[in-house]
Ligand binder design. Sequence first.
Ligand code: 6PG
Length: 243
Amino acid sequence: MKLNIFHTADEVLTALAAHIVEVANEAITARGKFSIALSGGSSPKKLYELLASPAFKDQVQWEKVYFFFGDERNVPHTSSESNYLMAQKALFDPLEIDRLNFFPVDTSLEPEAAAKNYFEEIEQFFDDEELSFDLVLLGLGDDTHTASLFPGTKALHDVTPGVSANYLADKDIYRITMNAPLINDARHIAFLVYGESKAEAVFNALEADEDIELYPAQLIDSIAGEVQWFLDESAAANLEEEY
Ligand code: 6PG
């Protein structure tokens, strides 16, 4: 595991964009394509805009990149809550990504069916290759959730790679999420976390006593690959150990 800590959020975003470009080009050279699972929420929007900006847009053969979603809200794709809509506006449209290169969760289906359907799409995409994303992007909630693996929820206990319809009782909603075994099979995992509101969650994820029910991000530990954290100093402020 590697921690990359920067002074400002913009420095974090630029470093992560460069990391994505590096991993993408490695994968395209090695396997002819790059598969990435995008994170949602508010933090990555600027990252996606940066990747589509003059600073980065010519550094990757985007026609060889395949975009999936680490998790999705159970809302229509037209909803402002939709992770797909956010990525479409910030990344797919500006880069004119071909419709065959991105895979939104079909939220018109019932949650369980949407989760099952999405995993089947992922299996089809990898076909007879190892089911291992080149890169999974993750965020971190103030409650130490990641993807839509929230404290005290059923999907935390999945033991085989898959996509789950995870019910959040406190919000009475479903989220569609890749589970930890699927995420941990990725070649590269990158957390994007900035802002002082995340300092406690970063400590809980990295240094608190193990308790995945309380701190689901503790579940993330790449099997064969690497996990990198891209943090600003305020998000890393509570860390005590040397990295
Ligand atoms: C989502 C995300 C989720 C997100 C965290 C952090 O769909 O909401 O995938 O895991 O990364 O909630 O969200 P912010 O970046 O908005 O703080």
